[in-house]
Design a protein around this ligand. Structure first.
Ligand code: UT7
Length: 331
């Protein structure tokens, strides 16, 4: 069954911190090399925030740019949903910090944790409040400072991620515009393959958790790789077919950016060629909740999105979480 929501994206903005960490820089830090990283992942460089800059700051920059671009008075924002696995603190929610900094005095909000699928999940949740008529303007943000949870002595993980944030404004839609359908699922048996064990209620921070490197990303890359490639293709096919579309109707596929080979494997299964796939992993690496809005932002800047275009967002992340949102671009 299809799930149309009378909500549309009316603006998108992104922010990455200015400092760039190239593959050549990483060669000086761990036993890796530019060629391995480029050919195995598609990444050339990533942006890294300074200490003292947190996910809330990245999110605030993206949100402020979005408000300016869409000429929106912050007081008109009624809700903020912020997806992140690197909140500034366990509490208060990073959404609350952003609400204060942008002056969205009438907004309520919360953080949502679904790792790399976080933005797609948040988009769907936020859209429900617009579609139901409860709210007129909802801000959905994906923001992660992945560098804060990476072990820069572990070459298998530290090369994969970067820092960044993106935000969209959701407003009500009429007729055929906006969100056509969404689908999300969880396979909790995959939790063991990508996780950060320390800092939660199971393993609160102690000297031992620090010594055992439990506050860093742990990943079994090849397990995640296979799952992600298969599920991105399955999710995309399901959403297109269920709504009577073929790959030819698609104007742009905006996939989560974890590995260029995952993206290519998924698009090959779908039969979509490169011109219809947004790729920016070369410049940003995997920014977790940031990848989808940063991808939409680049697509707009590159003139690759026109009003009425059929767009498919698809994500796979830790959990495992999988998400897909099919929509008509509205501006
Ligand atoms: O959003 C969800 C989050 N994460 C992902 O989606 C990541 C999914 N997984 C991946 O992207 C890939 O599995 C990786 C990029 C992490 C790894 O690529 P791979 O082709 O699966 O390589 P591998 O783990 O099988 O490692 C192959 C070799 C190993 O050496 P040996 O055992 O063959 O001698 C690794 O030790 O490459 C070695 N290696 C490296 N060499 C140079 C692993 N990392 C590096 C590195 N530089 N950075």
């Amino acid at each position: 069954m299809s799930h149309r929501i009378a909500a549309k994206i009316t603006g998108v903005a992104g922010y990455v911190p200015p400092k760039v960490l190239t593959n050549a820089d990483l060669e000086k830090m761990v036993a890796t090399n530019d060629e391995w990283i480029r050919t195995r992942t598609g990444i050339r460089e990533r942006h890294i925030a300074d200490s003292g800059t947190a996910s809330s700051h990245l999110a605030t920059e993206a949100a402020k740019a979005l408000l300016a671009q869409t000429n929106t008075d912050p007081a008109d924002i009624e809700m903020i949903i912020l997806a992140s696995v690197t909140p500034d603190m366990m509490f208060p929610a990073t959404a609350c910090l952003v609400q204060d900094r942008i002056g969205a005095k009438k907004a309520w909000g919360f953080d949502l944790s679904a790792a790399c699928s976080g933005f797609a999940y948040a988009l769907t949740v936020g859209a429900q409040f617009v579609g139901s008529g409860a709210h007129k303007k909802v801000l959905v943000i994906g923001s992660d400072k992945m560098s804060s949870i990476l072990d820069y002595t572990d070459r298998a993980t530290c090369i994969l991620f970067g820092d960044g944030a993106g935000a969209v404004l959701l407003e009500s839609a009429a007729g055929n515009e906006g969100i056509i359908d969404f689908e999300h699922d969880v396979d909790g048996s995959g939790g063991q393959f990508l996780y950060m064990p320390g800092g939660g209620s199971l393993h609160p921070a102690t000297t031992e958790t620090v010594e055992r490197k439990m506050h860093y990303v742990h990943q079994e890359g090849s397990q995640v790789f296979k799952y992600a490639a298969r599920r991105m293709a399955e999710m995309s096919t399901k959403l297109l077919e269920r709504n009577g579309f073929t790959k030819d109707d698609l104007a742009l596929l905006v996939p989560h950016q974890a590995n260029l080979r995952i993206i290519r494997a998924a698009q090959e299964r779908l039969g979509v060629d490169d011109s219809k796939v947004l790729v920016n992993i070369d410049r940003y690496a995997n920014t977790t909740a940031g990848t989808i809005p940063l991808g939409l932002c680049d697509a707009v800047k590159q003139g690759r999105l026109q009003k009425g275009d059929l767009v498919l967002i698809v994500t796979v992340g830790a959990g495992y979480t999988t998400g897909g949102v099919l929509l008509r671009w509205a501006y």
